[in-house]
Design a protein around this ligand. Structure first.
Ligand code: ARG
Length: 560
C-alpha cells in the first residue's frame, strides 16, 4: 500500500503535478502528530498563498476514508493520520513475502550508472585512506542495483606514471623476484621509500627512472615484465581485502588502458579550437569559468591525469551509454573534476551534465596526514585483522560455546570496519583512531548484527506463527512498524544523495526501535494473536535489517 500515493490522489491542487506533490510528502520523525505530512510552504509559490492558509483550505476540503482517517492543519503543515492497523498488517505481509527484495525499486528502469571507485594506485599499499572510496563506492553499486539500475563498477587503476620507472630502478638496486613474491606490497613499499631517501642524495636516479618509464611506454620487454609483476602483486594483495569487504568490480580498466585512446580526444580538442599553447604545454583555458587551465599535454607531449580521465569518460559513454557516471574520490580532487567536466562540456558533450564527483572527506592519522613515501600509513589489512581478532576475543569472553566462531568473528570484524566508515555524512573529515574502530559499544555494527541475531533466536523459539487479525497495537509495536515502512524511502534517498550513511543510520534507528519493543513487550505470550503479531514484527525486522546491511556490504550472523 502506497499511502503517499493515496494522499496525492485525494488532494486536488491546481497547478501542481501529482508527481511533484508525491515528492513533497514526508514521514515526520515524530509520528505523534501524524503518519505523513505535507509541508505547505513548498506549494506557496505555485498557489500564491501563505502556507498556513493553504494547509487550512486543504484540511477543510479533506474527506476521510478507510485508509486515511484524519487530516489536520498545523502551522502550515498538513498532517495525515492513517488507519494504522490496516497499514501495519499490510506492511508486515509485504515485507515477509518480499523478503530479500523488500525495499527494492525499479526507478532505475534498467538505465546504466558507471561508478568509478576505489581506483587504487599500483604498487602502493592499501591503507585506510582508501577505505572510504572503496566502501562508499561499493555500497552505491549495491544501492543502485537494488533500485533497478544496471551498474558498472570500475576500478580506474593508477597504473601509469614515472613512479613505475622509479620502482624499476629501486627493484634493480635493492630487491629481487623472490623478495617481491615473498613480502609483496611491503617489499614494494620498502624499496619505494628507500628510493625517495636515496634520490635526495643522488638526484641522477630520477633520470634513470624517467628512462625506464619511457622504456615501459615503448614496449621494452624487461621493463614491462617488471611493471606487470608490480601490477599482479598489487592486485593479488588488494583482492584479498576486496573479498573481505564484499567488494567487486566489473572493470579494472585503469589509466594505462587509455594510452591509445587519448589521441582522438586531443585531436577533437584541437579541431574545436579549445587548445592553447602555454610554455610549450597544451592547455584548455578556463579563466572565464574562474578556474586555472586544464593541462592536456606537457611540453614533451606526454599526457596527464586529466587527459586520461577525458579519454576514459568518452570511452565509458561509448561503451556503456551511461545515464550517470559517478566518481567516488576525495574532495581534494574537487578542482580536477570541475575542470575536466567543464572541458567535456566545452567540447559539446551534452552528457557532461551526467558526470558526478561524489566527494568525501579525508582520513588523517592522529600523527598527521598519511604518506606512502614517508611510511606514515595505517594498512587496511592490519585494521581489518585487528578488528577480527578483537571480535574473536569478545566472543570467547561472552559466548565461548558459540559454533563457527571464526566465521562470526570475520563478519563482525569486517562489518565494524565498513560500518564505521559509512556511519557519518561522507563529506566529513575523519581522524582515524584504532580505539574507535575497535569499540563495539554504542552506535556500531555489532549492535545491529546482535539485533539480527536476537530476532533470529526469537523466531526459532516461537515457531511458525499465524493469524493475528484484529489484534490491538501498542506504541512500541507501532514505532517499529513505522520504522520498517521508511526503508524504501531511505534507500531511494541514499541513491539520490549518493549517501550510504542514510542506510547506516537507518539500520541503527530500526535496531533501536526493535530493542525497545523487545524490552517492553514479551513476545512468547499466551495469547496466540499477540504472539503471532509480535513474531511477524520480528521476522520483518530481521529481513529489513539484513537487507540494509547487505546494501552496505556487511554480513549478518545467525547467532553471536
Ligand atoms: N588513483 C587516483 C588517486 O589515488 C584516483 C582515481 C580516481 N578516478 C578517476 N577516474 N580519476 O588519487
Amino acid at each position: 500500500m502506497d499511502y503517499k500515493k493515496l494522499i496525492t490522489e485525494k488532494l486536488n491542487i491546481d497547478g501542481v503535478e501529482k508527481e511533484t506533490l508525491y515528492g513533497f510528502i514526508e514521514v515526520p520523525p515524530n509520528t505523534d502528530m501524524g503518519d505523513y505530512a505535507l509541508p505547505c510552504f513548498k506549494l506557496a509559490k505555485a498557489l500564491r498563498k501563505p502556507p498556513v492558509k493553504i494547509a487550512e483550505d486543504l484540511a477543510s476540503a479533506f474527506v476521510p476514508d478507510q485508509y486515511i482517517s484524519d487530516c489536520t492543519a498545523v502551522n502550515g503543515y498538513l498532517n495525515f493520520k492513517i488507519n494504522r492497523k490496516g497499514y501495519a498488517f499490510n506492511l508486515l505481509d509485504q515485507i515477509v513475502s518480499e523478503g530479500d527484495n523488500y525495499g527494492s525499486d525499479n526507478i532505475g528502469n534498467g538505465k546504466t550508472i558507471c561508478i568509478d571507485y576505489s581506483s587504487i594506485n599500483i604498487a602502493k599499499p592499501f591503507h585506510i585512506g582508501h577505505l572510504s572510496t572503496t566502501v562508499i563506492g561499493s555500497a552505491l553499486c549495491k544501492i543502485f542495483r537494488f533500485l533497478g539500475y544496471k551498474v558498472v563498477g570500475i576500478n580506474h587503476l593508477g597504473d601509469y606514471g614515472t613512479q613505475f620507472g622509479k620502482l624499476i630502478v629501486a627493484f634493480k638496486k635493492w630487491s629481487s623476484f623472490e623478495a617481491v613474491e615473498k613480502d609483496r606490497l611491503k617489499e614494494l613499499t620498502r624499496i619505494y621509500v628507500k628510493y625517495h631517501d636515496e634520490a635526495k642524495i643522488h638526484p641522477e636516479m630520477d633520470d634513470e627512472a624517467r628512462r625506464y618509464f619511457k622504456l615501459i611506454e615503448d614496449g621494452d620487454k624487461e621493463s614491462n615484465q617488471l611493471f606487470e609483476l608490480f601490477k599482479r602483486i598489487t592486485l593479488e594483495e588488494v583482492d584479498k581485502i576486496y573479498k573481505l569487504l564484499n567488494v567487486d568490480f566489473d572493470s579494472y580498466a585503469g589509466e594505462s588502458f587509455y594510452n591509445d585512446k587519448m589521441a582522438p580526444v586531443v585531436d577533437e580538442l584541437k579541431e574545436k579550437g579549445l587548445i592553447k599553447i602555454s610554455d610549450g604545454a597544451s592547455i584548455v583555458d578556463l579563466e572565464e569559468y574562474g578556474m586555472p587551465p586544464c593541462l592536456i599535454l606537457k611540453s614533451d607531449g606526454s599526457s596527464l591525469y586529466a587527459t586520461r580521465d577525458m579519454a576514459a569518460a568518452v570511452y565509458r559513454k561509448n561503451t556503456y551509454d551511461f545515464d550517470k557516471c559517478l566518481y567516488v574520490v576525495a574532495y581534494q580532487q574537487n578542482l580536477h573534476f570541475k575542470q575536466f567536466f567543464k572541458v567535456l562540456e566545452l567540447m559539446g558533450k551534452t552528457w557532461a551534465k551526467d558526470m558526478v564527483h561524489v566527494a568525501y572527506g579525508m582520513v588523517s592519522l592522529e600523527s598527521g596526514s598519511m604518506s606512502t613515501r614517508s611510511g606514515n600509513v595505517v594498512l587496511l589489512e592490519d585494521v581489518i585483522n585487528k578488528t577480527i581478532e578483537k571480535a574473536y576475543k569478545v566472543i570467547e569472553e561472552k559466548n565461548p560455546a558459540l559454533e563457527g566462531k571464526d566465521k562470526i568473528a570475520k563478519a563482525v570484524g569486517t562489518g565494524a570496519v565498513i560500518f564505521g566508515a559509512l556511519c557519518n555524512n561522507k563529506i566529513k573529515d575523519i581522524v582515524f583512531s584504532y580505539d574507535r574502530v575497535l569499540s563495539f559499544e554504542g552506535e556500531t555494527c555489532p549492535y545491529v548484527q546482535y539485533t539480527v541475531a536476537r530476532c533470529n533466536s526469537v523466531i526459532s523459539k516461537c515457531g511458525e506463527g499465524g493469524c493475528f487479525d484484529g489484534v490491538d497495537m501498542n506504541a512500541d509495536e507501532y514505532q517499529v512498524i513505522s520504522e520498517l515502512g521508511r526503508f524504501k524511502d531511505v534507500v531511494k534517498a541514499a541513491g539520490e544523495k549518493y549517501e550510504p550513511s542514510f542506510v547506516t543510520r537507518y539500520a541503527l534507528d530500526l535496531a533501536t526501535a526493535f530493542n525497545k519493543f523487545y524490552m517492553n513487550c514479551k513476545i512468547a505470550v499466551e495469547d496466540e494473536k499477540i504472539k503471532n503479531f509480535r513474531l511477524q514484527i520480528t521476522k520483518a525486522v530481521k529481513i529489513t535489517l539484513t537487507n540494509a546491511l547487505t546494501l552496505l556490504g556487511i554480513e549478518t550472523v545467525e547467532a553471536m
